[in-house]
Write a protein that binds this ligand. Structure first.
Ligand code: BG6
Length: 484
């Protein structure tokens, strides 16, 4: 679907996210000729700058994030011609006059306000946009995480933004939903008949969802220390992946059909009590270690670190979904910084055959691994007969490497999500009730940790996390995939 003409306004237009992700993603889409000729991008910052000064900043801070192979002089020039700069202070209504001057006042033109700012500024930005007469029924607003730090603050954001924008105008970003591989998961589940009949408690024994990162938090300590792995990764990215794995088939691919089903999963997650929390949640923090052979400091020794910090850099949770489809099937979720490898994957382990006709043979249950990062693919373990005399079974792997299969260029998550915002497609964005349901489920964990006043358990950088996490899954007679 072609995109109609628009003015895209980037609050936080000189910030890190705009320079590293948003402008390079928009350049990529300009290069692919997805942007209409007249479309403009108005970047906002607090400082007074001329347009030329701003373009110089973009050349210095954003251009290096465009892959060299994609840089084309003429396209870059065309892209820069779309860029405007205006100095606006989110909290000063009078300064919005500069934005008004920069915008074209074409009736019905789609105006997208992208708030790449701390959430503490969302309310004043929306209020000042509205007071300045800049919000029209054709306007959209995009909210970047963190969307709250608990249920109350998430509700607050929803209420404040909701005062000026209808739900159908609000795009809450979770960049994991824009990843090709996550989209592919929908295709796998709902574009094939093969998996659906087996996708239930009768045939699936457990599911593991992992997002592991080799990176530490160097350079982002201030933000990260007030957040931690639970708020930064689990409440959003991991729970969104869990929803897509566990949801019922939606009636269509429409935004509300998909989001209704995801919401039901979030609402069916078994609530933790103080007793079940102790058994089912592990909070870890990395100590010094080696990642890829390089010595790295512990979390408390990172630059600008608080040496007594209790912020978790790792979290593992055993979640359960109280529905007919999933009752009794554990969903093990984990994420951490400074782990042994950088990967994101979903492992669906099936049950053993109900009755084996092959005596004295090891039974390795079937297992489907959906690899999201770094190499997008599917691996499926099956049992096969070993060639030769006798009937000996052994596990074999069916492999599907998506990069091999589809040679077409990939889209970055932000490219896809920005296109969807510009087209007005909401399917890949969280609805207000989803956001609140996710916070409602994680909140008892946060409260428990606050009350406990205990340090997170340590793990060495460059490992797969704390021993307590192996014990968590080990109590059910299982192992994390990398430890098996
Ligand atoms: C962000 C988190 O949302 O996701 C970061 O704030 C994390 O801490 C990042 O590193 C991971 O995203 P990706 O796409 O690199 O897996």
């Amino acid at each position: 679907m072609a995109i109609s003409d628009f003015d895209l306004v980037l609050f936080g237009g000189t910030g890190d996210l705009s320079m590293r992700k948003l402008l390079p993603a928009l350049y990529a889409r300009d290069r692919a000729r997805d942007l209409p000729p007249e479309a403009r991008i108005v970047c906002l910052g607090r400082d007074e700058k001329t347009r030329e000064e701003f373009i110089q900043i973009v050349e210095k801070d954003s251009k290096p994030h465009v892959p060299a192979a994609n840089l084309d002089k003429a396209v870059w020039e065309r892209f820069c011609n779309r860029l405007q700069y205006a100095s606006v202070n989110a909290k000063d209504g009078a300064s919005f006059v500069h934005l008004k001057e920069a915008l074209r006042d074409t009736e019905g033109l789609a105006r997208v306000f992208y708030l790449a700012t701390p959430p503490s500024l969302f309310a004043s930005i929306c209020e000042n946009l509205s007071k300045g007469g800049l919000v029209t029924p054709a306007s959209r607003v995009v909210l970047e995480k963190p969307l709250g730090r608990d249920l109350a603050s998430a509700r607050d954001i929803n209420a404040q933004v909701g005062r000026y924008f209808q739900e159908s105008q609000i795009f809450r970003i979770d960049h994991y939903l824009g990843k090709e591989a996550v989209q592919n998961l929908l295709a796998l589940r709902f574009g094939n008949v093969l998996f659906e009949p087996l996708w239930r408690r009768e045939w699936i024994s457990d599911v593991q969802i992992t997002i592991a990162e080799e990176l530490g938090v160097g350079g982002r300590f201030d933000y990260y220390d007030t957040s931690g792995a639970l708020r930064d990764m689990l409440q959003n990215h991991l729970l969104q992946l869990l929803c897509i794995v566990a949801m019922e088939p939606p009636v269509s691919n429409s935004a509300d059909a998909v989001r209704d089903e995801k919401l039901k999963v979030l609402r069916s997650l078994k609530r933790f009590t103080p007793t079940t929390l102790a058994m089912n949640v592990v909070r870890g923090q990395y100590r010094a270690g080696h990642v890829n052979g390089v010595a790295v400091p512990g979390y408390r020794k990172e630059a600008d670190a608080n040496p007594d910090s209790r912020t978790e850099t790792y979290v593992a949770v055993k979640a359960e979904i109280d529905t007919w489809r999933w009752a009794g099937v554990p969903f093990y979720l984990r994420t951490g910084k400074r782990m042994a490898d950088s990967l994101a994957e979903i492992v669906v382990r099936f049950k053993s055959v109900p009755h084996s006709i092959f005596a004295h043979q090891n039974d390795t249950p079937n297992c489907l691994v959906i690899r999201l990062q770094p190499d997008e693919g599917l691996h499926m373990n099956l049992m096969a007969k070993q060639p030769g005399d006798g009937m000996r079974l052994r596990p074999v792997e069916l492999e599907l490497d998506f990069r091999e299969k589809f040679k077409t260029p990939r889209m970055d998550a932000y490219e896809r999500l920005l296109l969807d915002v510009l087209r007005g497609h909401l399917t890949l964005f969280m609805r207000s009730d989803e956001l609140e349901a996710a916070w409602e489920w994680v909140e008892p964990i946060l409260n428990h940790w606050d009350q406990q006043e205990a340090d997170p358990v340590p793990y060495n950088a460059g490992t797969w996390g704390p021993a307590a996490a192996s014990a968590l899954i080990g109590r059910d007679g299982l192992q994390w995939r990398e430890e098996a």
